[in-house]
Design a protein. Sequence first.
Length: 398
Amino acid sequence: MNYRKFQADHLFTGFEWLSNDSVLITGADGKIIDIVPAADAGEGIARFSGILSPGFINCHCHLELSHLKGVIPENTGMVDFLVRVIQQRGFDESIIKEAIAQGEDSMLQNGIVAVGDICNTAYTIDQKKRGRLLYHNFIETMGFIESTAMQRFEASRAIYDQFARLYRTPAASNSIVPHAPYSVSAALFQLITRFPGNNLLTIHNQESVAEREFIEKGTGDLHRLYKALNIDISFYKPGSTGSLGAYLSHFLPNQSLILVHNTNTNESDLKYIAQSPAPAGSFGKALHFASLFFCLCPNANAYIGNPLPDIDLLRQYKAALVIGTDSLASNHQLSVLAELQTINRHFPHIAISELLQWATLNGARALQLDDVVGSFEQGKKPGVLVVSEELSTVERLI
């Protein structure tokens, strides 16, 4: 067997630092063989400055929106951003697919090895057939009117079926998921959560002040969105359980959920998750953080004009944190490292090892790919990166 041997100033396995005397050994195909002391590694060691790290996991992306790079101005606010995305439907398919290819190229160059990708169309299928990155495809559906639930669900299921043909075990790599609490009716939630094999889901959560105000009070700026979509929501009556409680009860005990953005998640929300008993048939274990992940997309938050999440509060409650890039409609790049840089700038007291774990092993666990990627463990093919100590650069070695 042809071996490759790597050594750097630091080695991060995905969950711990190892001595700088450690040498990472892989097969020619990138499979992890062992980590040994340099004295036992023999000849042919490639040495680098910086940190050896497993490849990055991008837990939230909209690759199909890559053609919107630079199209939507920054700081529009959530409602105007959503309206502008909806309005941008006049692009030629060839332009969309070329931008998708370029977007995937950039993720590869930025050290990303696996992606949780939101799909409203089948445009990314041709690119994903190439097998350059691992994907979990989240087929997104939305519809706030109860009477349209089945129609909306079947439209998304048709897209799901196209993605399913790419995989031997479709449910392991594809899910039908809700867009957001303010865009999915109770009837549609029921269809989504009870779809066979739908065990890994994601949802845009508490992304703006407007979302919380609408869910909890039925007022606020989201009414402009419904008006722009010509949707009559006079039927809507806010519940009494708060922003998270209004929809978490739709999920089932065997389901894992990635909450994305969380810019307005507060302590009362986290107490609700940590302390509330799980009623029969409700979200069960995830209410106690067992199968719940919080995805941070700080550069997209800044682009749209939303605040950054209260990351220290999430850490205080021992929330499992992961990293996403969102789309090029709301970001300047598809780079997990750029997201870590932003977090590091605003929260400099968080250890580099903790940030790297969010970007590697935590992300792999969230996407249920941790048997393949996320850490340097025998038999895995996690990719190998060298990251500068100050998080300024990343180079993909495998």
